[in-house]
Design a protein around this ligand. Structure first.
Ligand code: PRP
Ligand code: ZN
Ligand code: MG
Length: 224
């Protein structure tokens, strides 16, 4: 991999992928994304785009493996909480909030139980991909419940007997509805955002970012 090229991490497949690709196009970054490759080289700028799992993006940017990343705040906050108090760098520079990827991290439980208040969660098991954010919420609210970590299919956990409730992302609400789950408190609201490695000091790369940022501002204003 050529170190002189600005490396941007985006989600390979998922809710943010299409919007990320569109944004890069609007910024004038020409890419050949047709092949199912990890790295796409820009044909008109010294930029390489790495397509990875969204959960890996904060770490790649914190460690400087990638210079920039586009990621949901939910994934960023979880990764920062995971690294808090440890020896690994947990800092990133948030360059901009983006106008896509809105979702909320919310609690949900089987619909047949009907409406429940916070006290219902006492002693319950809650399945989630965001155990750190969930634990902070439970502490804040003084609820004694346990987090069951699942990286996928969180919505089937109650039916499968793996947990009593879930804490998962809700966008349209279709997933909750399809799985007979009732939505409760929102723990975190999230948007996609553009992040930068705080230790980036390559002047050419910083100059390129300075050139892209006004374009990003223009794209965001045009959408208003
Ligand atoms: C989230 C969540 C649900 C879905 C909810 O997954 O885990 O599966 O979106 O969306 P809905 O309310 O519109 O049905 P997402 O694809 O964001 O993340 P993942 O692929 O990293 O699990
Ligand atoms: Zn994910
Ligand atoms: Mg999902």
């Amino acid at each position: 991999m050529n170190n002189n090229r600005l490396r941007i991490a985006i989600q390979k497949s998922g809710r943010l992928s299409k919007d990320c690709q569109d944004l890069l196009k609007q910024l004038g970054v020409k890419l050949n994304l047709r092949e199912q490759r990890l790295i796409a080289h820009s044909t008109n700028m010294p930029i390489d785009v790495l397509r990875v799992r969204d959960d890996d993006i904060p770490g790649l940017v914190m460690d400087g493996v990638c210079d920039l990343g586009i990621v949901g705040e939910n994934v960023l906050v979880e990764a920062q909480a995971e690294r808090a108090g440890g020896t690994q760098n947990a800092d990133v520079i948030k360059l901009s909030k983006l106008d896509f990827g809105y979702c909320r991290l919310a609690l949900a439980w089987p619909q047949e139980l009907g409406p429940q208040d916070k006290s219902w969660f006492e002693g319950k098991r809650i399945a989630t991909t965001y155990p750190e954010i969930l634990k902070q919420y439970l502490e804040r609210e003084n609820i004694n419940a346990s987090a069951v970590m699942l990286t996928g299919s969180v919505e089937v956990a109650p039916r499968a007997g793996l947990a009593d409730a879930i804490c998962d992302l809700v966008s349209t609400g279709a997933t909750l509805e399809a799985n007979g789950l009732m939505q409760g408190d929102t723990i975190l609201e999230s948007n996609a955002c553009l992040i930068q490695n705080p230790n980036l000091n390559d002047s050419d790369k910083l100059a390129l970012i300075d050139k892209l940022m006004p374009r990003l501002k223009g794209v965001r204003q045009a959408k208003e």
